[in-house]
Write a protein that binds this ligand. Structure first.
Ligand SMILES: Nc1nc2c(ncn2[C@@H]2O[C@H](COP(=O)(O)OP(=O)(O)OP(=O)(O)O)[C@@H](O)[C@H]2O)c(=O)[nH]1
Ligand SMILES: [Mg+2]
Length: 277
């Protein structure tokens, strides 16, 4: 009888413990989801919860560069890139958008704009700069991508001998076209020996005039040619990183970032391979 009573008490205790654990787990999940939604409402560029983001990208995974290495595949090269371009032209927004797009394939941890826009000092190949380093993986390569906080930090990296870059994403605002720092970064990138440049003309959502966009593209190509790059051949993608980041206007948002990533894969990975030969 005493044994029977002890077993019953034991069973009741186990069941109370299990119920408490499950309640506290479900409360913490709900709290973090609610916090996530609250943060998103305050700032749309922060993106949604992982499950919301996955839903948002359903159906386009076939066009996003897939990231997983199959066992038979060769190891992917590591490509070091940085975002260049005039201040406020949209470098950090594009950096955040890339991580958001690749989050869907498991190729990146999503890094919100606010975390990129105001970074602490970090060491990039031994050089101290206020910058964010994001890492992501596409079909063809692993990327280490540096987005500097301000123009002087970009200059510091571009002029230091210790820092090696395989490529650069030159960000140009469709509204403003190339500006003094665009030119300066092109010159410094050339002097540094950055072999590959891909141009992303952003803020296309703010420009309706197709001729104006064509003019901006022409100006960038001319500038690149003037300072030693092959301006005619450099890939130029038009889009809006902000639209990609907030999940609107897929035609100029998400799709343009996917196009950029595919272009980077072709351009940067290929030219790194050629340099090795
Ligand atoms: N409408 C629109 N605004 C954009 C787009 N991309 C960036 N912006 C806005 O442009 C402003 C500057 O963007 P950032 O990404 O901080 O620019 P940045 O080049 O990193 O600026 P610095 O690091 O200060 O040189 C922000 O207010 C962005 O929201 C875009 O595609 N469309
Ligand atoms: Mg920035």
């Amino acid at each position: 009888m005493a044994n029977c009573l002890r077993s019953a008490i034991c069973l009741i205790a186990i069941s109370i413990a299990a119920t408490t654990a499950s309640l506290s787990q479900s409360t913490s999940t709900h709290t973090s989801e609610a916090q996530n939604k609250g943060a998103q409402a305050k700032n749309p560029t922060r993106g949604g919860s992982p499950s919301e983001l996955r839903k948002e990208f359903d159906g386009i995974s076939d066009v996003i560069p897939q990231t997983r290495n199959r066992p038979s595949q060769q190891p992917k090269p590591t490509i070091r890139v940085m975002t260049l371009g005039h201040e406020s032209h949209g470098k950090s927004t594009l950096t955040a958008a890339i991580t958001k797009i690749l989050y869907q394939t498991g190729g990146a941890k999503f890094v919100p704009y606010d975390d990129i826009d105001n970074p602490p000092e970090i060491e990039v190949q031994g050089i101290k700069v206020a910058a964010t380093q994001v890492e992501y993986e596409t079909q063809k390569a692993r990327y280490i991508h540096i987005d500097c906080h301000r123009h002087p930090d970009n200059t510091k990296l571009l002029t230091s001998k210790e820092v090696a870059m395989d490529g650069a994403i030159l960000v140009v605002s469709a509204q403003d076209g190339p500006m003094p720092q665009t030119r300066e970064h092109i010159i410094l990138a050339r002097e540094k020996g950055v072999k590959s440049i891909v141009v992303y003309i952003t803020k296309v959502d703010l420009v309706d005039d197709v001729e104006l966009l064509a003019l901006v593209e022409l100006e960038v190509r001319e500038l690149l040619t003037r300072y030693g790059f092959n301006g005619k051949e450099v890939p130029v993608i038009r889009g809006s990183a902000l639209m990609a980041l907030v999940g609107k206007r897929d035609d100029i948002g998400k799709k343009s970032v996917i196009e950029l990533l595919n272009t980077m894969d072709r351009h940067f990975a290929e030219s790194k391979k050629e340099r090795r030969r």
